[in-house]
Ligand binder design. Structure first.
Ligand code: NAP
Length: 276
C-alpha cells in the first residue's frame, strides 16, 4: 500500500512550468472571475494566485458582488477576451443561483478557457481529439502516469458525473483505453460496480462515503472529495480503513487538490502553446 504524495508531484510540475514560462518571450496572465464571497472559493482563488506568482505567471482577480447582474459578468468576460495580455480566463465556480453558469462559461473565448469548460473545448475532449481537460481530470491522469499505473484495458469506476470532475475524467481515461463506468446518484448497486474497479475515482462531495466494502483489494483509489467535518478537511473515502486494502490511495488533503492547482498552471501554458 502506498499513499500518494501530491505535494511532491505538484512541486515537480510547478518547477517544470516555471522553466517553460522563463523560456517564453511573452508574459502569461490568468484572470479569475469570482462572484460573491463563498469561503471555499476564496481559499481556492488565493491558492491559484500564489501558485501563479510562484511560477512567474501574472494574476488578476476580478470580483463581483453576490447580487451582481449576469450581463455585467458577461460584459467583463468579453473585455478579458479582447485583452491581449490576458492569456487565460477562469470563472470560479459555483456561481450564485440567479446566474446562468452555462451562458457565462460560453462567453469565455475557447483560446482562453483554461478550465476546458466551453462546449468547443469540452467537445474536443469528448471526441478524443485532445488531452486538454479540466484541471482536476488532468491531475488524475498525471497521478496515474507518475505512479506508473497501467490504464489500458483496466476497469475504472468514476463516481460523480459533474462537468468539472467526473465526466471529463471518464472521457480522458476512456481516451487512454480504460473501460470506464460513470456512476452517479441514480446508479443502482453502486457497490457491485466499484468493487470490480482496478481504479476507483470518487468525486461526490460526501464525507467518508466510500468504505472498505466498495473497494476491490489492491485497487488504486483516487479521492477527489473535499469536505469539512468538525472543522477538519476530509475526502469522500474513509481513508483510514480503505487504505489498507489498496495498492495506492490519494489522501485528502495533500492529494488531488495539490494536483489541480499544478495542472491549472500547466493548462495556462498549454493554452499558450496551442497544444490543445
Ligand atoms: P457536484 O457537481 O456536486 O457533483 C457531485 C456528483 O456526485 C453528481 O454527479 C452526483 O450525482 C454524484 N453523487 C452524489 N451523491 C452520490 C451518491 N450517493 N452516489 C453516487 N453518486 C453521487 O460535485 P463536483 O464539483 O464534481 O465535486 C465533487 C467533490 O469533489 C466535492 O467534494 C468537491 O469539493 C470536490 N472537488 C475537489 C477538487 C480537487 O481539486 N480536489 C476539485 C473539484 C471538486 P447526480 O449527477 O446524479 O446528482
Amino acid at each position: 500500500m502506498k499513499v500518494f504524495d501530491g505535494k511532491t508531484l505538484a512541486m515537480v510540475i510547478k518547477s517544470q512550468v516555471a522553466g517553460e514560462v522563463k523560456k517564453l518571450n511573452k508574459k502569461l496572465k490568468l484572470a479569475v472571475v469570482l462572484v460573491g464571497q463563498n469561503p471555499a472559493s476564496e481559499i481556492y482563488v488565493r491558492n491559484k494566485e500564489r501558485a501563479c506568482k510562484d511560477v512567474g505567471i501574472d494574476f488578476e482577480l476580478i470580483r463581483f458582488a453576490e447580487t451582481c447582474k449576469q450581463l455585467d459578468v458577461i460584459k467583463k468576460i468579453k473585455e478579458l477576451n479582447k485583452k491581449p495580455e490576458v492569456t487565460a480566463i477562469l470563472l470560479q465556480l459555483p456561481l450564485p443561483k440567479h446566474l446562468n453558469e452555462r451562458d457565462i462559461i460560453e462567453t469565455i473565448s475557447p483560446e482562453k478557457d483554461v478550465d476546458c469548460l466551453t462546449q468547443a473545448n469540452f467537445g474536443k475532449l469528448a471526441l478524443g481529439l485532445s488531452d486538454f481537460a479540466p484541471c482536476t481530470a488532468s491531475g488524475i491522469l498525471e497521478i496515474l502516469k507518475a505512479e506508473q499505473i497501467a490504464i489500458q484495458g483496466k476497469r475504472v469506476a468514476v463516481v460523480g458525473r459533474s462537468a468539472l470532475v467526473g465526466l471529463p475524467t471518464q472521457m480522458l481515461l476512456t481516451k487512454h483505453d480504460a473501460t470506464v463506468a460513470l456512476c452517479h446518484s441514480k446508479t443502482q448497486k453502486l457497490k457491485k460496480i466499484t468493487k470490480k474497479a482496478d481504479i476507483l475515482v470518487v468525486a461526490i462531495g460526501k464525507p467518508n462515503f466510500i468504505t472498505k466494502k466498495y473497494v476491490k483489494r489492491h485497487a488504486v483509489v483516487i479521492d477527489v472529495g473535499i469536505n469539512k467535518v468538525n472543522g477538519k478537511i476530509c475526502g469522500d473515502v474513509d481513508f483510514k480503513k480503505v487504505k489498507k486494502k489498496t495498492h495506492l490511495i490519494t489522501p485528502v488533503p495533500g492529494g488531488v487538490g495539490q494536483m489541480t492547482v499544478a495542472m491549472l498552471l500547466k493548462n495556462i501554458l498549454l493554452l499558450n502553446l496551442e497544444k490543445k
